[in-house]
Write a protein that binds this ligand. Structure first.
Ligand code: GDP
Length: 364
C-alpha cells in the first residue's frame, strides 16, 4: 500500500516527506527507511503497542507500516508534458492514494510558482492536470470499448457505460471519484488506472504560529471547506516545525511539541489518516518475544488475517482466540480477561476488528 505525496513546487512536499521518513525511532528492528531518495516506509503510530509491550515485557515492538512516495515535478501543463509531465503522472498511477500538499504559509523569501499564496487555486491547478490526464486515458479506452460494446457482451456494455459516465464527470472538471460509484463500478473503474479515482487527503502546510489553532489561518479554513465539499480529509501540518522536531534528539522532541503547543503531531495525524483512507486496520499480537501490529484490509476474515503472519497459519487454521484491546486493558491481564469471559473463540467466518488482540490456533 503506497501513498503519493503531490503538490506544486515550493509548497513543502519534500520538507514534510523528509520529516515523515526520518521519524523512524519507533523501532530499531524494522526497516523504516528511505528506500530510494523519494520512497520511504513509515511506522504507523499506535499507542496500544507501547501498553502491550509493557504488559508482556516484550523484547521487541513492531508497528504497522505504510509507504510514502515523494512525487516531485507537477506544474501547470503536466498533463501536456510540461515539467516532468508524463513521468510524474505515471508515478501517481502506481499509488493507492494521494496526499496533496498545499501551501498555506506566507513567507516572502520562498517563491510561490503562481506568485501568491492561494491554496484553492493551487488545488484546482493540480486537480485539473490529473483530470486532463484521465480524460486522455478515458478517451483512448472509449475508442476500444465502443467497438466492443457493439458486439453486445454484458461486460463490454457495462465498461462502455461506465467510461461514458466518468468522461461526463471529467468534462465538468470534476475528479472521477465524484461519480457515485457502486462497489462493482468502483472495482471496474480501478482497472482503468485513473488518477482521480484515488482517495485523497489535503495536507495544509500552515505557518508555525498557526499550528496550535489552525482555524486562525483563513487559507486552512478555505482548504477545510473544500475538503468537506469533496468528502475528502484535511490535515494541518507545519512543515517547518515537523522538520525541526524530526531532526531534534529523541529526548528533546516532546519539549519541542510542548513549546509549539501541539498535542498529536500533524505528521502522526497524517499517517493515521492515510492508514484509514486506504481502508486498513490493525490486529495485534503480544507475547514475550514480540508485540506487533499486523495490517489487514477492513473486512478480512480470521483465516486470511492468520495468513498475514504465516501461510501455514491460514492453511491449518482452527480458531482464533481474541480479546478486544479495550477489554484486555480494563481487565489488566490476559488471565483476568479470560476469567471475566472476555476472551472469545472465533471461527473461519469471523471478521477481524481493529485492535483485536489475537492468538491463532492451527494445525501444521
Ligand atoms: P517542495 O518543492 O514542495 O518539495 O518544497 P520544499 O519542501 O523543498 O520547500 C520549499 C521551501 O519552503 C524550503 O526552503 C522550505 O524550507 C520552505 N518551507 C517548507 N515548509 C515551510 C513552512 O511550513 N514554513 C516556512 N516558512 N517555510 C517552509
Amino acid at each position: 500500500m503506497k501513498l503519493g505525496v503531490v503538490g506544486l513546487p515550493n509548497v513543502g512536499k519534500s520538507t514534510i516527506f523528509n520529516a515523515l521518513t526520518s521519524n523512524k525511532a519507533e523501532s530499531a528492528n524494522y526497516p523504516f527507511c528511505t528506500i530510494e531518495p523519494n520512497v520511504g516506509i513509515v511506522a504507523v503510530p499506535d499507542e496500544r503497542l507501547d501498553v502491550l509491550t509493557k504488559m508482556y515485557n516484550s523484547k521487541r515492538t513492531v508497528p504497522a507500516s505504510i509507504e510514502f512516495v515523494d512525487i516531485a515535478g507537477i506544474v501547470k501543463g503536466a498533463s501536456q508534458g510540461e515539467g516532468l509531465g508524463n513521468k510524474f503522472l505515471s508515478h501517481i498511477r502506481e499509488t493507492d492514494a494521494i496526499i496533496h500538499v498545499v501551501r498555506c504559509f506566507q513567507d516572502s523569501t520562498i517563491i510561490h510558482v503562481e506568485g501568491d499564496v492561494n491554496p484553492i487555486r493551487d488545488i484546482e491547478t493540480i486537480n485539473l492536470e490529473l483530470i486532463l490526464a484521465d480524460l486522455e486515458s478515458v478517451n483512448k479506452r472509449l475508442d476500444k470499448a465502443s467497438k466492443q460494446a457493439k458486439t453486445g457482451t454484458k461486460d463490454a456494455v457495462k465498461e462502455y457505460n461506465l467510461l461514458l459516465a466518468i468522461k461526463a464527470e471529467l468534462e465538468k472538471e470534476k475528479p472521477a471519484r465524484s461519480c457515485k460509484f457502486t462497489a462493482d463500478e468502483y472495482e471496474l473503474a480501478k482497472t482503468f488506472f485513473l488518477l482521480t479515482t484515488k482517495p485523497t487527503i489535503y495536507c495544509a502546510n500552515i505557518a508555525e504560529g498557526d499550528i496550535s489553532n489552525p482555524s486562525n489561518n483563513p487559507h486552512f479554513v478555505a482548504v477545510a471547506k473544500k475538503a468537506e465539499q469533496e468528502d475528502n480529509t484535511v490535515i494541518a501540518v507545519s512543515g517547518k516545525i515537523e522538520e525541526e522536531i524530526a531532526q531534534a534528539p529523541e529526548n528533546e522532541k516532546n519539549e519541542l511539541r510542548e513549546l509549539y503547543c501541539i498535542k498529536d503531531s500533524g505528521l502522526n495525524q497524517l499517517i493515521k489518516a492515510s492508514y484509514n483512507l486506504l481502508g486498513l486496520i490493525s490486529f495485534l499480537t503480544a507475547g514475550e518475544q514480540e508485540t506487533r501490529a499486523w495490517t489487514i484490509i477492513k473486512g478480512t476474515k480470521a483465516p486470511q488475517a492468520a495468513g498475514k503472519i504465516h501461510t501455514d497459519f491460514e492453511r491449518g487454521f482452527i480458531k482464533a482466540e481474541i480479546v478486544a484491546y479495550a477489554d484486555l486493558i480494563s481487565a489488566g491481564s490476559m488471565l483476568k480477561a479470560k476469567e471475566l469471559g472476555k476472551v472469545r473463540s472465533e471461527g473461519k467466518e469471523y471478521v477481524m476488528k481493529d485492535g483485536d488482540v489475537t492468538l491463532f490456533r492451527f494445525n501444521v
